[in-house]
Design a protein around this ligand. Sequence first.
Ligand code: NFE
Ligand code: MG
Length: 569
Amino acid sequence: MAERITVDPVTRIEGHLRVDCDIKDGKITNAWASGQMWRGLEIILKGRDPREAWLFAQRICGVCTTVHAITSVRAVENALNMEIPLNAQYIRNIIIAAHGIHDHIVHFYHLSALDWVDIVSALKADPKAASTLAQSLSPWPNNGVQKFKAVQDKMKKFVESGQLGIFANGYWGHPAMKLPPEVNLIATAHYLEAFEYQRKANQIVSILGSKTPHIQNLAVGGVANPINPDSQSALNMERLAYVKALMVELEDFIRNVYLVDLAVVGGLYADWLPYGRGVTNYLSVPDFPMDTKGTKFWTMGGYIPNNDLNKFQPITSFNDPIFKNGVKESIKHSWYEGDWTRHPYEEDTVPKYTDFQHDGKYSWVKAPTFNGEPAQVGPLANVLAMYVAGHKPTQKYAKLVLEKIGAIAKTDVGLDALHSTLGRHATRCIRANVLYDILLENYNALIGNIANGDMDAYNPPDFPKGEQTGFGFHEAPRGTLSHWVVIKDGKIKNYQCVVPSTWNAGPRNQEDKHGPYEASLIGNPVADLEKPLEVLRTLHSFDPCMACAIHLHDQKKTNIVHFNHTHGV
Ligand code: NFE
Ligand code: MG
């Protein structure tokens, strides 16, 4: 007999996710992922001026704020067949690279490290031993005894006062927590430092985007702020020098802290490498355009069906027909009117809530498919695509990360280990390191272009009469994001967003196949039904954002876990 548990809401994510699992003999045998709130940005956008769509669309989320802005202008530019000045491409690229790095740091440390790191155990650590260990792994200057002692004293004060603050409600002492106290102390210290470094990445976004969250510097056709190296009120050399200073600090943290911590956690939890595989159709898109049209890119993407790297189909331009024709969404199990599978241009969004029906409709998330199949998106999909496409920086950092994990685990860890809960963390770290290289290349390209006297940053759009369709995509921190727009006589007739967390959090599709969250939970161990830490580990590895998945908003809920005892499931 299986026992059903409901985790609602899942915390340390954005938005409201409910997950139901059937558990038998200590393992998950079935799962349902349910997005729990809906707002309807797609409806709000109808009838509006396509030039302002991005300002609304980026309010879909307060976490991946820039990504909907970028994708929205790309969709409208695609509908109008526009070219974008090189400076604008570079500025956008720097913004999205910095945003991606910020997002990956926050995810690893602040949203998921505590699934693996036991803060309370860190109190028992010997700061000297922690320092010796940390210094043997990395040249990071803040790994001294005094630093670790100070962090430990700070944590002791928290615990003695009975106020764990941001560390309250962790599953401390859980049997699945395996790190030695010294490693827990190192990770706790870096958790706190990571707040500073994610902020530096976000400062780059705010300098070039004029504000964060929710940048203000975009426009359909380019970017809105003028470039003038000598003007105080434009993008000038002083601002660009500040961006460079932030980049240098960021690089040190990504290479010498994030990468090392990831390898330590991955290596010491090698027993977790078999868990969390799930859907192995992988979708990602190329990004960081190098030209004005979006036909050459710094990063690659494509579709890998059924984990067969030999069947990789590259996606190669902002007009790629493989992508354009491959995406559909189904609502058989989602709280919308009807039961259809449609291409985004043909979709509608008509909410119709019923109760949670395990065999029927149970989520606000639609179920996207690529060529008719559920697909996993995210850094894992993107790293696999870039690896097979021969992207040198990806191969370099992937080999480095796998070698380091293997050295700590004292076993060979190959590419196949990446199809897992820990693999999603490892590939996010690989991608953060790749993003840094791209950030630097775009920074140098922008400086070079300005030095050559090119100050162009905007081409004005022109809306003809009649109907145009367009799509824009972006490889966002959580994976492939696309916006699809139908424009009629200069106004939005239909607007659909197919978002990374929609791909991954989607419910069963039209053929009742599990979405990626659901599939990856099946087979996971659960040691303590009242503290389903393992469920959180696997869910968090996707970095869920339900605000994006359903384009929704916030509501208070209190229960964390409750049980339904069901029979014979
Ligand atoms: Ni709200 Fe997002 C990203 C988008 S969603 S975080 O990355 O798009 O999954
Ligand atoms: Mg949508």
